[in-house]
Every structure is written in structure tokens, then in C-alpha cells.
Design a protein around this ligand. Sequence first.
Ligand code: PXG
Length: 289
Amino acid sequence: MKIFLGDKLVDEKDAMVSVFDHGLLYGDGVFEGIRAYNGRVFLLDEHIDRLYDSAKAIALTIPMSKKEMSDAVIETCKANEISDGYIRLVITRGVGTLGLNPYLCDKAQIIIIAAKIQLYPQELYDKGLRIVTVGTVRNHPEAINPRVKSLNYLNNVLAKIEAINAGCMECLMLNHKGEVAEASGDNVFAIKNGVITTPPSTCGALEGLTRNKVMELAQAAGYEMREAPMARYDLYVADEVFLTGTAAEIISVVDIDKRDIGDGKPGEITGKLAKMYHDCANSEGTRIQ
Ligand code: PXG
């Protein structure tokens, strides 16, 4: 496999970063997870925009223009003959001292990995997910803002540990006020009486690109789409609940904290939205060849 490292493609065996890289020492950096479908990179510009916004929020200068970055992503896909896959874009603060001071770091390190994707088992889509609410509260917005897709994912990792310990693949995270935020690596939506609601990013959600695309598709299809604060109650009594994310796409939630959601089966509107999303992902995007 060829990895884009710094400013060029290198062999996987040569794709090494320093033990003094602050991405490793402090989780100091940002990342993106991107999908390629049918020889096209889906939502590439949107991912690049979010990457640069995350970097700006943590005062990290990416030593490459947005155009150069998208070209590097395409080049990495080409070099690995990826037409359907998963792209991980990582920017670290770079090599520094053993102290926190990011100003003592060299320039930021750029890593792009384009690999085959490990899809979730089809059974999860057919039957839906069971999730639990976890005790780990989403990052406070005035600590590391949850909109920053930072390399410091301990908050989400702790939530994921709780989910797995409870026998679930995903979980529901609340914010510091007890409002619904999101899952550990996905956004959450509820449907009640045909109205689709998702928490605004100010409630502690990452502004997911799958989320944004689903909101756009739902509106275009004539559904009433709202961004509003939600309590767990709103999810418990919803007709349908689903999660969205680049890797998972759209997946039904059929049980939350041992409450059946709707009739306990994947919902009809969720199915329609998933179909619209697939059609879109398979036909739009930046061409690799
Ligand atoms: N919330 C969080 C906290 C995320 O990390 C999403 C929502 C969905 O965003 P997109 O833009 O992908 O629709 C993410 C995405 C994983 C994994 O293994 C998930 C993500 C990142 C890394 C790994 O599930 N994030």
C-alpha cells in the first residue's frame, strides 16, 4: 500500500512518524474519514472544508492549500487503485519537544491512507441496532468543542467502551446539560409523526457530513426537517430512530435502553432515506481517474 506522508507517496513500510510527534504525545491534531464509491470520492470538498475548520479551531496551520489537499487525496486513491474504499486523512501538530507547547513543533505532518472498507454486517441494517445511553458526557463545548474532529477521541473511546461492555455496538451520548448529543461515532435522528429531528451541533454533535446530506435529501423529498434540542424521552417515544456516519451511512436503531423504538423494527422513512443516500453516494463525487 502507498501512503501519502508529508508531501509525497511512500511505501507503507516507510510510512513512519516520530515518537516526538504531538499527534501521538498529546492527540494534538485533526482528522477526517472519507468514502469513495464507484470511482468517486464522496463529499470531498465538504470533508476538506471541515478539516481546515477543525485545524483553524485548534490554531493548527496545514502546510498545503485545500486544492493541493484534495489533489493529494485523489493521488493516494489512484496509487492504491481504490474505487470503493475508506480514506483517512490525518494532520498532526508535527514533531516537537516533550512539552505541550505546540509553537515548538515543526510544521504539521500530513498523512493520507486510502484503503478498502470494512463494511458493517448486513444483518445490522436488516434488523437494526440496539443502543444504550452511556455515562460519559460529550465534551463541553468550551473545552474541546465537539465540532472539532480532533485526534483526541478519548471522550468517544470511553463512550464506546461503555457501549461494548453493555453488549452494544453504538451508544447514545448526552451533553453536559443532559440533552441528546450524538453516538460515539455517528449522529442521531428521530422521526415522530413524519417530522424528522436531529440535535443542532450546539448540543454537542459533530456536524456530520452524512447528517448534512440526509437533512438536505429529507427536505428535498418534502419531509419536515428540524434541528432542535432533544431529550432521551424524544428518542424513546419516536416512531423511528437512526444513526448517520460516513462508515455506517444510515442505520436504524430499534432499541434504546431496552425501550423498543416504534414497533422495534427498522422504520419505513429511514429505509427511504437510506436508499436516497445510496443513490446519491453512488452517483456524485470527485472522480478519481
Ligand atoms: N459524530 C462523531 C463524533 C464522529 O466521529 C460522526 C458523528 C459522523 O460524521 P460524518 O461526517 O462521518 O457523517 C463522526 C464520524 C468509527 C469512526 O470507527 C467514526 C468517525 C470517525 C472515526 C471512526 O465509527 N466519525
